[in-house]
Design a protein around this ligand. Structure first.
Ligand SMILES: Nc1ncnc2c1ncn2[C@@H]1O[C@H](COP(=O)(O)OP(=O)(O)OP(=O)(O)O)[C@@H](O)[C@H]1O
Ligand SMILES: [Mg+2]
Length: 463
């Protein structure tokens, strides 16, 4: 309670000084103002908890001052005092949100009790706000269809869970998530955030592939007004937005080299400056980077900075490909069968034995995302009256549009066919991933840059 900041606004110096002296002796931090303009300046600069305001003031009435103060900070509790105890003013002040009212002369001890009551009221309000935020957060988690539980019964996923719970309490330990496209990197990043102190805090997701090279700096660090041509207003960057929570740097392999150096400095110094500003903003946030590219190989080709690689790699979590953790296939099929039957309001159907056998032996190059999409499609395709999801409901399991012919046979040692095969594989990977180059490159086990080079070499075009 002694840390409370109290503002006393009264044009009568005698009253002001008397209240100030008493409250300072009681251990409060006290600010005083004789005029509303001075009071508003103090409210703008200090985080005032309680304001004691005289009803009749020069410049504007105490009630108008209370309204203006609330516009600046709606959490401030207001106690009104007045030498003119007319009932109308009392009622009006209380209706407009004053928490207490005292006619002059008053006992100073009563003011102290009023402050105590107001403090409890403010505390209750802030608890309520916290509860409301938690509820909003839960609602958001439930409404967002991607918020499914993370399933994993395989030893590989159990190891991922172990690492998640190990790292989640340490906000300042940066994490590098690796794994093929669709293995669940984003889901794991969100899991670490919510397991840790994330409830009610920001989880900010930045896809490094989507930012044009010349905009990185202002997207990451923000900028002041007029920092450069076109900067008409000031802007917060993603580090500032995520401060206190988690910044998820997705596709970190696509970060240009110049930005890699800047990111390294931020990771080490834990502070940033907006472009055009010379004020440091301290950071207290969790940074999770993710990639489906081979950063080690990129580092060898000088496409990824060595120092940043080692800095990020202090706490790596690799999510295994689904083909290497077949124990998870049935639980995932069950989860998505249940999930999509419910969201599509269709009756739940078991997966037929034939379909299940195929589903268990399939390679899932698109990992969990592919399994999820297959189940969604199967439920759409299933006949309403059918009691099962049959093999017909999973046409992608059979379609061999993307199978590559036997590469090596004694009768077929024609090296000149390799170019054609490369071309077919690229076309196939692009088709399978809906022309998403990042995902196609991951399927082909090459970097995005390498994919681009090969697309150009073969004169291929994709929209
Ligand atoms: N263990 C899991 N349990 C349940 N659902 C999962 C699991 N892993 C992934 N998914 C689901 O699979 C889909 C792809 O996951 P996510 O987006 O996290 O993958 P990613 O590794 O970030 O992929 P990309 O590299 O393509 O961005 C999402 O719909 C996600 O909910
Ligand atoms: Mg992702």
């Amino acid at each position: 309670m002694s840390n409370l900041k109290v503002l006393v606004v009264d044009d009568e110096k005698g009253y002001r000084d008397e209240i100030e002296e008493y409250l300072v002796d009681s251990g409060f931090t006290v600010f005083t103002a004789g005029l509303p303009s001075a009071a508003l300046e103090i409210v703008g600069n200090e985080s005032i908890d309680i304001a004691i305001i005289d009803l009749r003031l020069p410049e504007m009435s105490g009630i108008d001052l209370m309204k203006k103060i609330r516009e600046i900070d709606e959490q401030i509790g207001v106690i009104m005092i007045s030498g003119h105890g007319d009932m109308d003013s009392v009622i009006s002040a209380m209706r407009d949100g004053a928490i207490d009212f005292f006619p002059k002369p008053f006992n100073l001890i009563d003011i102290r009790f009023a402050i105590e009551r107001t403090r409890k009221f403010i505390e209750m309000q802030s608890n309520l706000t916290e509860i409301r935020n938690t509820c909003d957060n839960l609602m958001e988690m439930m409404n967002n269809e991607s918020r499914v539980p993370i399933i994993g019964e395989s030893p590989g996923m159990k190891e991922v869970f172990r690492l998640m719970s190990q790292v989640s309490p340490n906000l300042n330990t940066d994490v590098l998530l690796t794994g093929e496209s669709g293995t669940g990197k984003e889901l794991v990043a969100r899991g670490i955030h919510y397991l840790g102190s994330g409830k009610g805090k920001v989880f900010f997701d930045v896809n490094c592939t989507a930012i044009p090279e010349n905009l990185f700096e202002s997207e990451f660090f923000g900028h002041t007004r007029n920092a450069f041509t076109g900067a008409l207003t000031e802007k917060k960057g993603c580090f500032e937005i995520a401060n206190g929570g988690t910044l998820f740097l997705d596709e970190i392999g696509d970060l240009p080299l110049a930005m890699q150096a800047k990111l390294l400095r931020v990771l080490e110094e834990r502070k940033i400056r907006r472009v055009g500003s010379n004020i440091d903003i301290p950071l207290n946030l969790r940074i999770i980077a993710s990639t489906n590219q081979d950063l080690g190989a990129m580092m060898e080709h000088k496409l990824f900075r060595e120092d940043l690689y080692y800095r990020l790699n202090r706490f790596p979590i690799n999510i295994p490909a689904l083909r290497d953790r077949k124990d998870d296939v049935i639980p995932l099929l069950e989860l998505y069968n249940w999930h999509f039957s419910t969201t599509m309001k269709k009756s739940y159907k078991h997966i037929s034995e034939k379909a299940l056998t195929k589903l268990l032996t399939y390679g899932y190059p698109g990992n969990v995302r592919e399994l999820r999409n297959m189940v969604e499609k199967a439920i759409i395709l299933s006949a309403t009256k059918s009691l099962e999801l049959t093999l017909n409901c999973f046409p992608d399991l059979d379609r061999s549009a993307c199978t590559v012919p036997e590469l090596i046979s004694p009768d077929n040692l024609d090296l000149s066919r390799l170019e054609g095969m490369e071309r077919d594989m690229i076309k196939c990977a692009m088709q399978k991933t809906g022309n998403n180059k990042t995902h196609a490159a991951a399927l082909l086990n090459i970097t995005r840059t390498s994919l681009n080079r090969r697309i150009e070499k073969h004169g291929l075009e994709f929209n």
